[in-house]
Design a protein around this ligand. Sequence first.
Ligand code: SAH
Length: 426
Amino acid sequence: MSNTHDATRARGRHSGPTRPTAPRRLADRGRVQVLPTDQPPEGATSPDARPRLSFAVPPARGKAPRHLADLDMAGRKRALRDAGLPAFRADQLSRHYFSHFTRDAADMTDLPAAQREQLCGELLPDLIHEVRALRADGGRTIKHLWALHDGVRVESVLMRYRDRTTLCVSSQAGCGMACPFCATGQMGLTRNLSAGEIVEQIRHAAALSEAGGLTGGPARLSNVVFMGMGEPMVNYKNVVAALHRIIDPAPEGFGLSARGVTVSTVGLVPLIRKLAGEGLPVTLAVSLHAPDDELRDALIPVNSKWKVGELLDAAHDYFEATGRRVSIEYALIKDMNDHAWRARLLADELNRRGHGWAHVNPIPLNPTPGSIWTCSEPGVQDLFVDTLRRAGITTTVRDTRGSDIDGACGQLATEALNQERAAHTR
Ligand code: SAH
């Protein structure tokens, strides 16, 4: 564990009241060590500002209207009955929604004409409005900015690959986890999304793919990843409800294969353990980004609560409970976490718990220009990847789809907001 001690020394030396001004070298490794604290968080007003972790969920400004996707079939039937409508129509309504991806009464010709509008009005309210749709990668990537009923904005990104079509969804508006390199992390948390608001992003994507909206012709949405705005574990109840709607077969849900669904978390250990017990064999992704607590404490604010060891134990137990190989997400940040010794330490930490239970996804950091938050040099990235592979860890560098359309988490919403502010002050 001498590696960790090096990092401790490097940090300890510089964590006094004066802030370091120049990059430092770890004595015996020859590589520069940039620290997350070398720069105040984006938008901070004081040089000593630190990212502020918050688990508080602000009260919603008016609840999102109730939606069929918030409810299981029994709940949908109850809702119709309570509204004086025939409960058995819940089944037909659900098939239109989950199998034909429509909420338009005019499409529902098997429902009595006199009741169609009323049925849809009861369970299929309009929850999300398109503010912008941006295309990239020759039309194989589409990023949407959505406005919710209260004007709050969230993003989703639809990506077509050779063998799959994936939607990256938001589970919260903003995020309270305050990771300093993440655009959403700088916003703070506005509110949780309802299950309906999460599922509506998916229905739109499924309809758009099916209608040939992505280059390459009609496609079936096959994968959903919770890697958009927000920390899914903080919105646990609604995320689990949304997972049921994604996986449960029609008419309960879309009937996607659970193996195509990924929940990504910054590391809320008790909720990882809870998810393992839900009987939902979705893939877990852990946004680790550092294998040593010394760096992760400064890089990922939630590490103040749950340390690397506890997190990897919970991730390993998740694999044991579900049989799903865990993804370890690792955004490579130049001179901060991309050292070969960290790749070796990461491999050791994974191998110590078993073989073949996790794979690593290094992600080139989507950079913030002019800051310490920039991606690794190509050679450094290659060495990091090779080091992991040589240690027997399956490693796949994540492609950076849509980076030219502010593809990274929270970037489009931030950009749109800045443009609107500029327009108002002009
Ligand atoms: N809160 C969840 C999911 C949302 S972020 C989580 O932390 O896992 C999805 C992934 O994008 C996370 O791994 C996150 O760390 C990563 N990410 C955020 N900002 C990024 C950036 N600028 N470049 C690369 N990856 C980023």
